[in-house]
Design a protein around this ligand. Sequence first.
Ligand SMILES: CC(C)(COP(=O)(O)OP(=O)(O)OC[C@H]1O[C@@H](n2cnc3c(N)ncnc32)[C@H](O)[C@@H]1OP(=O)(O)O)[C@@H](O)C(=O)NCCC(=O)NCCS
Length: 252
Amino acid sequence: MALSAALKTVRDDIRAILTNDPAAHNLAEVLLYPGLHAIIGHRLAHALWRQGVPFVPRLISQLVRFLTGIEIHPGARIGQGFFIDHGMGVVIGETTEIGDWVTLYQGVTLGGTGKQRGKRHPTLEDHAIIGVGASVLGAITIGKGARVGGGAVVVKDVPPYTTAVGVPARIVVTRDPATGVTRRVERLPDPEGEMLRNLHDKLLELEERLQQLEDVTNHDHLEHHLSLSSSLWSILDETSDGDESYTLGAGI
Ligand SMILES: CC(C)(COP(=O)(O)OP(=O)(O)OC[C@H]1O[C@@H](n2cnc3c(N)ncnc32)[C@H](O)[C@@H]1OP(=O)(O)O)[C@@H](O)C(=O)NCCC(=O)NCCS
């Protein structure tokens, strides 16, 4: 009975890899995945840890860490169909609780903040996805079907069916689980883009002012010329009295 339950658990872990990783083509390849080795080692270590066996669970955990680069404390509770892609650098703390069909990418930390005792690591509900290098810190809950973007630092709860990105992480997308329709809820601050937009606006304003100045200068210039030439003509008119050679258009 226990053996068939254990085999079903391993089958689900393999199924999670085949379902989630487009690069996994067949069972033989999947058996090479360090994430699979780590979760099988952990399930053994956790069973011994629950029975109060001293030392051995930690030994298994450290051996698995040595072999895969994935460190899972034997006390962490992990559900069915758990998938760690690539794996290297993943750390899962003692009081972490992980639901079913959860995916972690490499470099994920499910850790404590260093300020809490007792339950001090995150809870990940079913179908959560935690992106590469994300740190999820403290006794917080990542809701069902929630996604955490690569590189995020999450220190507050993430509601179900939302996406959290950035440092510190913010909710940027919500998703209707029934239809899959997504909605943007917040634009992340973009200080460089904002600065470029301001500079562009300023440039347009300066161009406009320059154009106005040129228009005014050209107008004054023209008027100046017109008044100059009309005074010149009137002088010429005066001096040409009686002298045909100085009449308008005659020999100038
Ligand atoms: C977050 C993630 C799961 C996408 O979730 P999603 O709900 O489909 O979100 P979207 O792709 O619609 O992105 C929403 C916004 O967040 C931004 N965003 C997405 N991922 C981000 C990240 N990791 N960091 C910062 N911003 C991110 C997007 O640019 C978008 O903003 P925009 O609309 O202003 O362009 C995905 O981007 C991610 O990080 N996946 C991790 C995958 C991974 O670790 N792969 C490793 C393979 S080796």
